[in-house]
Design a protein. Sequence first.
Length: 296
Amino acid sequence: MSVTCLPSAVAWNVIGCRVVRRTVEVSGHPVLGPHTNGVLIIDETGDRKRGRGIVLAAQQYIGKLGHTANGVVSVTSHWADGMLHTPLGVRPHRPAARLPKGKADPAFAAKPELAWELIDEARAAGVPFRAVVADCVYGENPKLEGRLRAARIRYVLALRPSHGTWQAVDAEARIAAADAWTRIALSGRLDPALAAEAISLGVSGGALKLSRIADGLRHAAAEPVAAAGVAQACVSAAAALLAARPAGLHLLLEVTAQASATSGVPELPGGITGLAATKSGSRLAEAARRLALMKP
């Protein structure tokens, strides 16, 4: 009697139970059991459906058809090592078009969100794997990639050829980039936050040189329409790069000072004011002190 009543008295996670059960079934097998040389594959599957009676059905891309059609799509997880394959979990994707508030609806979850649930579920179930593998739907999602990085999970995620990535460039390309910085700043279209992030990521990844960036922005620093944006972008980028201390970092603070003479000194990040308070004789510390002295 107690066994009969158990399903109605306990909140069951049916999908989670499938993963645990499937893992337990094969984990002890000397040949079929998952091992650390396998990978966790995130994929999706879809099927065409007629009509709109099924709540999950909507016009969406169906992989097996190769085009958009009315159907249902689910995100799935699988363990594989090149010879063996074990299906693990599944999450149905609820299209935004079928929800009252669209993508703002609490019930909506993008495919990368469902992918992370499956990854977390596999880890909780003790499924061993050396990396997560997925296509560009997941590879171009920065939130999912950030979660994998934060969890120290190795991954191989695809990118479309049109998707931009940081890479090493030659001298001519760096010169062209410096000219582009000048044009954007002079037009007044420089977004300080985005520019600071681009400088920090570009320099950290080896795609940009601080000397070229400084040269490009220095030409716009004295112009009233550009000065405030240049000053804020340079000081924010300098603060973000303080820990790494790349060569030429003092140049960003020098450009900040030049622009500040026209627009006023922006709020200085704690790292910059802390550096200015030191007794270091480095060019970076001296540039920070000169900038701090400009504050009223």
